[in-house]
Design a protein around this ligand. Structure first.
Ligand code: FES
Ligand code: FES
Length: 168
């Protein structure tokens, strides 16, 4: 018999209160119940990173995280990154560097990069490669993704210098 629980959390800044089966996976909740399809279903085994979302700023594999583990947390998905019609600098850098082809890995890569740059605004190349190594891209060869993250880091440092009060 499946037990149910009430989950309170925010998704992209919007409070959610949902009654869910206790064994619901975070990825399924986001995609199938809340309708946010940006996090992708890949390996479903915590290996490829296509399902990456941020929980209180930390990247997690949505396919390997129970929804109840996000109780009280702030969850971010790719749909929540743009502000007032402007893409997040990491999103813009991925476009400018052509750092995507099929796009299946892209939401996870961008969220992973966002978390990295919140943690380390000026990562060296080795750190970026290491950080992104949890996510698989079958198309790009990674070089353009790494360059996009380096450029996003530069842009965000510059923006922080120009407007120290601005939100990253
Ligand atoms: S679908 Fe979650 S890690 Fe691959
Ligand atoms: S762009 Fe196709 S998997 Fe990364």
């Amino acid at each position: 018999m499946v037990s149910y629980l009430r989950l309170h959390f925010t998704v992209n800044g919007t409070p959610q209160a949902l009654r869910i089966p206790a064994n619901t996976l975070l990825l399924d909740l986001l995609r199938d119940r809340i309708g946010l399809k940006g996090a992708k279903v890949g390996c479903s085994r915590g290996v490829c990173g296509a399902c990456t979302v941020l929980v209180d700023g930390q990247p997690v594999a949505g396919c390997s995280t129970f929804a109840f583990q996000a109780q009280g947390a702030m969850v971010e998905t790719i749909e929540g990154l743009a502000r007032d019609g402007a893409l997040h600098p990491v999103q813009q850098a991925f476009i400018d560097h052509a750092a995507l082809q099929c796009g299946y890995c892209t939401a996870g890569m961008i969220l992973l990069a966002k978390a990295l740059l919140a943690h380390d605004p000026d990562p060296d190349r080795a750190t970026i490669v290491e950080w992104l190594s949890s996510n698989v891209c079958r198309c790009t060869g990674y070089q353009l993704i790494v360059e996009a993250v380096e450029d996003a880091a530069r842009r965000m440092r510059q923006a922080a210098q120009d407007d120290p009060g601005a939100e990253a």
